[in-house]
Design a protein around this ligand. Structure first.
Ligand code: SF4
Length: 338
């Protein structure tokens, strides 16, 4: 008998898997990745549980859900009910491949008012197509019996009846299992981040069929719009330069300071170019050590279309130009050149 556990890496999913292991059932883990969440926490959880972990990229399936979630968003752009159903459906496909007999999750009845109430748990089981084979060990005694319980694969009596937002029962259980180091419930998913959610909302309003790399770009840099509608992204720190350059598409422009270290800037959708590129140059200068210079130069190249050309700006022009940049998604407007 094998069970496949959805591992977010949070405490609940670790405890759910451990409860099933305690009944002598082999547990295998699955974690999901997308531009907004990754498997790092799940890897640590799998290590603690001593189980193998399968990692599945669900970005392509997540995009239509982000654009139009059947059950709406949470407080930010997190479509949790749809996302849970997708994850369970994907786990169901893997379950068959691995010869597992049922799925377990760390969902707790009533822990999250919108996405983990009784109706939401029913929807996830139904829409994933796994109804009857989806066991929530932490709240199982409060939910209708599943096939593994009815067939006696697991002993329902040894499952739990945790509900509500208090995490005390889980903390007591963690202590019982000697589990001291586990991540806080928040922080695993960027779709719950207000700043990123505002950027995502604006992106989807403009482009309802984004590519994965468009979503990836939301995680890096400061984002601005030029008056002509070009999207300008300025790296916030050295570590963002490389990913920003890697995410550029043919036709995008890349801007960097000439002869000085500083941020890389990506410009997308500069139609006739010149005004947006001068603005991108000004922002590149503004967010670098060159911002105090009387005159600074940048190099601009269009990806896939030839070598760099130079743009040189005076300090007063930089100050004037950056006043025309519209910050995207609640980004702080740049202060005038220091
Ligand atoms: S928090 Fe993020 S990863 Fe978790 S269910 Fe919601 S949208 Fe999906």
């Amino acid at each position: 008998m094998k069970a496949l556990a959805l591992l977010s890496g949070g405490l609940d999913s670790m405890l759910a898997a451990r409860l099933i292991q305690e009944q002598g059932i082999e547990v295998i883990g699955v974690a999901f990745t997308s531009p907004f969440f990754g498997p790092d926490r799940a890897r640590r959880a799998a290590e603690w549980l001593g189980i193998p972990l399968h990692v599945v990229d669900i970005t392509e399936d997540l995009i239509p859900i982000l654009v139009r979630p059947k059950y709406g968003y949470g407080r930010n752009m997190n479509p949790c009910i749809d996302c849970h159903a997708l994850m369970v459906r994907k786990a169901g496909e893997l379950m068959k491949e691995l010869g597992a007999s049922f799925i377990i999750t760390g969902e707790v009845l009533g822990e999250r008012p919108k996405s983990q109430n009784a109706a939401a748990l029913r929807i996830v089981a139904r829409d994933s197509g796994l109804e009857g084979y989806l066991l929530r060990p932490l709240s199982a005694k409060l939910l209708p019996p599943t096939v593994p319980e009815e067939k006696g694969w697991v002993d329902r009596e040894r499952l739990l009846d945790i509900q509500g937002r208090s995490r005390k029962p889980q903390m007591a259980l963690a202590e019982k299992y000697g589990l001291k180091d586990y991540p806080s419930p928040a922080g695993g998913c960027l779709l719950t981040d207000p700043g990123l959610s505002r950027r995502l909302k604006e992106l989807l309003a403009e482009n309802p069929v984004p590519e994965p790399r468009d979503l990836e770009l939301l995680k890096y840099g400061r984002h601005f719009k030029s008056p002509e509608g070009a999207h300008i992204v300025v790296a916030r720190q050295k570590e963002e330069n490389e990913p920003l350059v890697a995410l550029a598409r043919p036709g995008d422009y890349l801007v960097r300071l000439k002869g000085l270290p500083g941020p890389r800037t990506l410009v997308r959708g500069a139609k006739n170019g010149a005004d947006s590129l001068r603005l991108a140059a000004a922002l590149t200068i503004r967010y670098s050590k060159a911002r105090g210079l009387d005159r600074a130069a940048v190099l601009v190249e269009q990806v896939g279309r030839g070598g760099p050309r130079e743009l040189s700006l005076e300090r007063a022009e930089v100050a004037d130009l950056i006043g025309r940049a519209r910050p995207v998604g609640g980004e702080a407007a740049p202060a005038p050149t220091a």
